[in-house]
Design a binder for this molecule. Structure first.
Ligand code: HEM
Length: 149
């Protein structure tokens, strides 16, 4: 007599995997805060400007100015916002933190203006130095005002 062997349980594996990844992505996804969005804009423009000023071409000056302008308008927006870290501080320390953040962003904007001026004057060495300064201001700003995940 022929015995029928139990059929192994079959899952539609690729579809199941996709579902698992999709659910995991959904669980991990969080929307960017307005400050994070401004920072992302600064990041992109900064990166493109570093690449452009590596071997600057006089005829590309308008492009460099537009990128530096994006850094400036995004930093101006950022200056008006409040870092997420503020909410983690005791209420009596929050105002001082926001004030200090705004001062640092204002200092950053002074460096951005110097960068714009040097691009206008085609002083490329100076402009590259300004970019390095922005980077070190970024590091200080992140150390001081960016929350630990
Ligand atoms: C070249 C300059 C800078 C670049 C490229 C940059 C880039 C970034 C990036 C990529 C993020 C993460 C955004 C995200 O999570 O989606 C971020 C976050 C942040 N950055 Fe910057 N940043 C710069 C300058 C600064 C400066 C000068 C400050 C402060 C004075 C600052 C303060 C912060 C803070 C507080 C956050 C966390 C956002 C939040 O709390 O909502 N950044 N930045």
């Amino acid at each position: 007599m022929k015995t029928s062997r139990p059929r192994p349980l079959r899952f539609p594996r690729p579809a199941l995997l996709l579902l698992v990844f999709w659910l995991a992505a959904l669980a991990g996804a969080k929307t960017d805060s307005p400050l994070e969005m401004s920072m992302q804009q600064i990041k992109k423009a900064y990166k493109d400007l570093v690449a452009g000023l590596d071997k600057p071409i006089e005829t590309n000056k308008a492009t460099y100015l537009s990128l530096a302008g994006t850094i400036k308008t995004s930093a101006m927006k950022a200056r008006e916002l409040v870092p997420e870290m503020a909410a983690k501080l005791p209420p009596d320390q929050q105002a001082a933190m926001v004030k200090s953040f705004r001062e640092s962003m204002a200092d950053f904007l002074v460096s951005v203006d110097a960068l714009i001026k040097n691009i206008q004057d085609a002083k490329w060495d100076e402009a590259r130095k300004d970019l390095s300064l922005l980077k070190s201001e970024m590091k200080d700003g992140h150390r001081e005002f960016r929350r630990e995940d």
